[in-house]
Write a protein that binds this ligand. Structure first.
Ligand SMILES: C[S@@+](CC[C@H](N)C(=O)[O-])C[C@H]1O[C@@H](n2cnc3c(N)ncnc32)[C@H](O)[C@@H]1O
Length: 491
């Protein structure tokens, strides 16, 4: 690999006697990782059902695995069932450390294509709110797809400059992730094309952008809330120096030490941050810093207690987890929607009367909360608990898209299928992943049925692989019409 001389010189200064070991890591192939969807399976269960032999756990996560180079996990039906996300192992760390709890209000400020957002959202388990933002429209579309594929219902996907978000939200979030745009030095081994972009735009270009994004993030962090900053670069100017600047600029922030694990090292000058180097761990280069916004003066003591508990960090290193129950209860109370008249009540009533929505809904495990329902341009959404209609943002998605109201018909969405369990809908076709009809279904083809499989009445059928939903089909006159979302088809 042709690494630029200037970069090598910088690394020599940074690493000293470790330099040669670091350089020789570039002769090894990068590690391939996948992270399972904790809302759909557990690491134990995955070990039983994984179709990929030879997967080893990623030591610093509870749901990440290495997979052998020759495998193509994106070409497996389980990928289409949202069972895992393909992610470089070091990149699994930020969401593990920020570790939101169900009920939290979480912001992922630079979120596309969703590697960390999918894990943050899965950790919320449907409670609270995940706002996933990216300034790039095309990348935000990929982000939306990945969140919907993972079946995360309580999302807002946005594409706004951080300043605009800060104007809307104020001090609103319990946890914020800034996985910042950076010069990408830590990813050169995995993606050598990044070397060219580094030569065009290097660390000096990114540091001011990172500082600006972080300043806006601080405005949106609640007192007591946690902010995690991560990059995939080695340059101190984008890593430790940004954090030192931030601490000087915002005295209300304090650095929360992240306990180190085997192979992880602290900051270059002993700062309580984490650096991951490819010659020390089985992953690429990464930098992480965790900060907490102090409470107001009167509640400072309480804040100290909270940070001492190290609750956010404990899980990342397998240490004991100690989140106060009271805090959890308070969060739940805080997020409870205030009963108010739903401005879409009239539209909802019309849809119920004019379309077959109720017929479909009756087949679902539970009715959808009318106070959180919104109908816009014939699209029917279930808004997250804490959604505030006065937020003026560029949304790609507000909550869970339930489906489209088309006159007499209601068509359930791909997103709602992915957010369901097989047992959440009463008409299902459950295929084994060995059945070649699975891939035919994912390609949008018609599914041939065996006599003994026909057990439905006319209407919607949830097609599943090994009990994991894939999408919809519609049964009528003895045949099943494929309703898999065309934009997601197996190519
Ligand atoms: C390192 S990538 C994020 C990767 C993502 N967190 C993941 O895990 O998949 C940085 C992202 O920041 C976005 N970005 C760049 N400038 C931004 C800004 N000012 N505000 C928000 N996002 C920005 C880029 O479009 C890019 O998608």
């Amino acid at each position: 690999m042709n690494l630029p001389q200037h970069f090598l010189d910088e690394m020599k200064t940074l690493l000293g006697e470790d330099y040669e070991a670091w350089l020789s890591s570039y002769e090894q192939t990068p590690h391939q990782g996948l992270r399972i969807n904790r809302t759909k399976t557990t690491a134990e269960h995955w070990s039983e059902i994984s179709p990929f032999g030879g997967c080893e756990p990623v030591a610093w996560t509870d749901n990440g695995f290495y997979y052998p180079d020759e495998l193509r996990p994106a070409r497996h039906p389980y990928y289409f069932a949202g069972l895992y996300y393909l992610q470089e192992p070091s990149a699994m760390t930020p969401a593990q450390i920020l570790a939101p709890e169900p009920g939290d209000r979480v912001l992922d400020l630079c979120a596309a294509p969703g590697g960390k957002s999918t894990e943050l959202g899965a950790r919320l388990a449907g409670e609270g709110l995940l706002v996933s933002n990216d300034i790039s429209n095309s990348r935000a579309k990929a982000l939306l797809k990945n969140l919907e594929l993972f079946g995360i219902p309580n999302i807002c996907v946005v594409r706004d400059p951080p300043e605009r978000l800060a104007e809307n939200f104020g001090e609103f979030f319990d946890r914020i992730l800034v996985d910042a745009p950076c010069s990408g030095e830590g990813m050169f081994r995995k993606d050598p094309d990044l070397i060219r972009s580094w030569e065009e735009r290097g660390p000096e270009d990114y540091a001011p952008i990172q500082k600006e994004i972080l300043s806006q993030a601080v405005r949106m962090l609640k007192p007591g809330g946690f902010l995690l900053y991560s990059t995939c670069t080695f340059a101190q100017i984008e890593d430790e120096e940004v954090i030192l600047w931030l601490l000087a600029e915002f005295p209300e922030l304090e650095l929360v030490p992240i306990p180190l694990w085997d192979g992880a090292v602290g900051g270059m000058d002993g700062e309580a941050v984490v650096r991951l180097f490819p010659h020390k761990i089985r992953g690429e280069g990464h930098f992480l810093a965790l900060l907490q916004k102090k409470h107001e003066q009167e509640s400072k003591a309480e804040s100290a207690e909270e940070s001492e508990s190290g609750a956010v960090l404990a899980e990342a290193v397998g240490a004991e987890k100690a989140v106060a129950d009271q805090q959890k209860q308070n969060r739940k109370k805080k997020n409870k929607a205030i009963p108010r008249k739903n401005p879409y009540e009239k539209e909802i009533k019309s849809m119920e009367k004019e379309s077959d929505f109720l017929e479909w809904e009756k087949q679902c495990a539970e009715p959808f909360d009318r106070s959180r329902m919104m109908i816009k341009n014939n699209c029917v959404y279930l808004l997250p608990e804490t959604f505030d209609p006065s937020w003026n943002l560029r949304y790609l998605r507000t909550g869970l898209l339930l489906g489209e109201w088309k006159g007499k018909r209601f068509e359930p969405s791909q997103a709602v299928a992915m957010a369901m369990k097989a047992s959440d809908f009463c008409q299902t076709l459950n295929l084994s992943c060995e059945d070649d009809r699975v891939i035919r279904y994912l390609k949008g083809e018609t599914i041939a049925l065996e006599e003994n499989e026909i057990k439905w009445k006319k209407g919607w059928v949830l097609v599943c692989v090994d009990d994991y939903p894939l999408g919809w089909a519609k049964y009528a006159g003895g045949s099943l019409k494929n309703k898999y979302y065309p934009g997601w088809r197996w190519q």
